[in-house]
Design a protein. Structure first.
Length: 126
């Protein structure tokens, strides 16, 4: 192979490498929990174990807010509210000690009545 062919091959490989790196999307959630009302998802919480971040999403246009709750072993329960309305999400950034048990769920805020909550999901902090 001559020098010009080697140079072209090198440039092509670099371009492919750069395109591959740029094609990597955001990290996907490692866990999620949902709550349903009227057989439709009303809210969702996503949890990323590698960063300990939560996303609370209001997925139903019903005029009701959603919130997530989480609790680590030996700690009190924490509430994360999203009152931005239908089709929105709110991110919450946390930093936990690695390897702890954690449970989380999402709920629909029902004014003047008992809130509707999904099942607890168990995970381990990253």
């Amino acid at each position: 192979m001559n020098k010009q062919a080697l140079l072209r091959t090198g440039i092509t490989l670099c371009a492919v490498g750069i395109a591959s790196v740029m094609a990597v999307g955001p990290a996907s959630a490692t866990g999620k929990a949902s709550v349903y009302t009227g057989q439709r998802e009303a809210g969702r919480v996503n949890y990323w174990t590698n960063t300990d971040d939560f996303r609370v999403s209001d997925t139903k246009c019903d005029g009701k807010s959603v919130y997530a709750q989480y609790q680590r072993a030996g700690a009190s329960r924490v509430t994360l509210k999203n009152n931005r309305g239908c089709g929105t999400y709110k991110d919450f950034y946390r930093s936990f000690t690695r390897g702890q048990s954690i449970k989380y769920r999402v709920c629909v805020d029902i004014p003047a009545a008992r809130d509707i909550c999904g099942n607890w999901r168990w995970d381990t902090t990253g």
